[in-house]
Structure formats: structure tokens, C-alpha cells
Design a protein around this ligand. Structure first.
Ligand code: TYD
Length: 208
């Protein structure tokens, strides 16, 4: 396993959670706060943030038929491989901070726990896609499924899955966080956004 903090000041932070948890809001707020401290910050989201990733995002979120769960996991992994090699790794090598809105833990929670692809295969896939690059800090923005779906609506293939699917996603994330409390920070995402940001920044400080 390769921890990202290989540059002098670089740090790899991933934001995870179910639908409507506020990841993109937190990503922006964290980037603003860290840039304000004079850090170079690269913000990415998955799937996306590369030309290939953007194309795969259209397929993965937009297609109106079911996909085989393993094929789906492999497409997310392909987008991730492209993102790691062309954006994340180069930025970390320069000592930049990287904030990624979703990363390999999303595939564990969604394709593993929620869709039922065996977790060993997901682990192997993530290992191949990332070359073993794991985030220094994974933030779980946790909130009740009903609240998340109320906030996010049912505008894509994942958001329109039933509540049981989203409960499995949430339970999967909580299991991941429980098994690696050192890397994970679980934040109650029903709190005001500024409170959530402050809690994350407090934890980031301890990693510097
Ligand atoms: P997201 O960007 O969070 O959508 P939005 O910002 O519109 O809420 O993520 C896209 C969807 O893709 C989300 O429903 C979760 C899903 N997803 C997976 O199922 N597996 C993965 O590995 C990733 C990265 C995302």
C-alpha cells in the first residue's frame, strides 16, 4: 500500500458518502481554505476530471439500462486509472494537495457492498487501477439515506436506485471507516456545512 504523502507537503484527501452528502460543497470549501493557507491544491472528482473520465461518466450515470455490476466496477476503475496516472500522481509528486470527490472507496461501497460484487475482486481492481495509491485521509460525509435522497433528487442511474441500495452503500462506508479509523474521519453531514468544513480542517492539521 502506498500512502500518498510522499511530497514534502503534499496530502491526498478523498471525500466519500452517499447521495446528497455535500461532497462537492466540502471539496470547494476545503480547496478554498487550503489555498488560503498558501498550499497548491488540485481538486478532482470521480468519475471525471480527465477527457476519458468525463466520457465514462456520461455512460455510467446516463445509460438507461442496467450494467453488469463487474463491468460497471471496471469502468469506474478505468476512469480512476486515467485520473491517477495523469492528474493525481503528478500533483502529489510535486508536493501539492489533492482533494478528490470520490475515489476507490466508492467502488467498494457501491459496486461491492451495494451491488454485490465480491470485495476481494473490488480490492484487486482498485489495486490495479491506483497502483496501490491510497488516500491519506478519507472523509465520510454520513447522513441518513432519506435525507440524502431528499437533497439530491433522482436525476441519475444511481440516485434513482431504491432506498435499500442506498442503505447498503451507507452501511458499507461505515464498515470501511470502522475497520480503518486511522485513515477515516466520519462526519455527521446533517450539520451546517461550515461546521463540517471546520471538523475536516481540524483533522487535516493533525496530518501536516
Ligand atoms: P457523484 O459525482 O457523487 O454524483 P453527484 O455529485 O451528482 O451526486 O458520483 C456519481 C455517482 O457514481 C454516484 O452515484 C456514485 C457512483 N459511483 C460508483 O457507483 N462507484 C464509483 O466507484 C464511483 C467513483 C462513483
Amino acid at each position: 500500500m502506498i500512502r500518498a504523502a510522499c511530497g514534502i507537503n503534499g496530502l491526498f484527501i478523498t471525500l466519500e458518502g452517499g447521495e446528497g452528502a455535500g461532497k462537492s460543497t466540502q471539496s470547494k470549501a476545503l480547496a478554498a481554505a487550503l489555498s488560503g493557507q498558501g498550499r497548491e491544491v488540485v481538486s478532482t472528482r470521480e468519475p471525471g476530471s480527465t477527457p476519458l473520465g468525463d466520457r465514462l461518466r456520461e455512460i455510467l450515470l446516463g445509460i438507461d439500462s442496467e450494467l453488469d455490476p463487474l463491468a460497471e466496477a471496471m469502468l469506474f476503475a478505468a476512469a480512476r486509472a486515467e485520473l491517477v496516472s495523469t492528474v493525481i500522481k503528478p500533483a502529489l509528486d510535486l508536493g501539492d494537495f489533492v482533494i478528490c470527490d470520490r475515489y476507490s472507496d466508492s467502488t467498494v461501497a457501491y459496486q461491492g457492498y451495494a451491488r454485490g460484487v465480491d470485495l476481494m475482486s473490488i480490492g484487486q481492481l482498485n489495486q490495479i487501477a491506483t497502483g496501490g495509491l491510497v488516500s491519506d485521509l478519507a472523509v465520510l460525509l454520513d447522513l441518513p439515506v432519506a435525507e440524502g435522497l431528499r437533497r439530491s433528487g433522482d436525476s441519475d442511474r444511481f440516485k434513482s436506485e431504491d432506498a435499500a441500495f442506498h442503505e447498503r452503500v451507507r452501511a458499507g462506508y461505515l464498515a470501511l471507516a470502522e475497520h480503518d479509523a486511522e485513515r477515516w474521519l466520519v462526519v455527521d453531514a446533517t450539520q451546517p456545512p461550515e461546521t463540517v468544513t471546520a471538523t475536516i480542517l481540524e483533522r487535516v492539521e493533525t496530518l501536516l
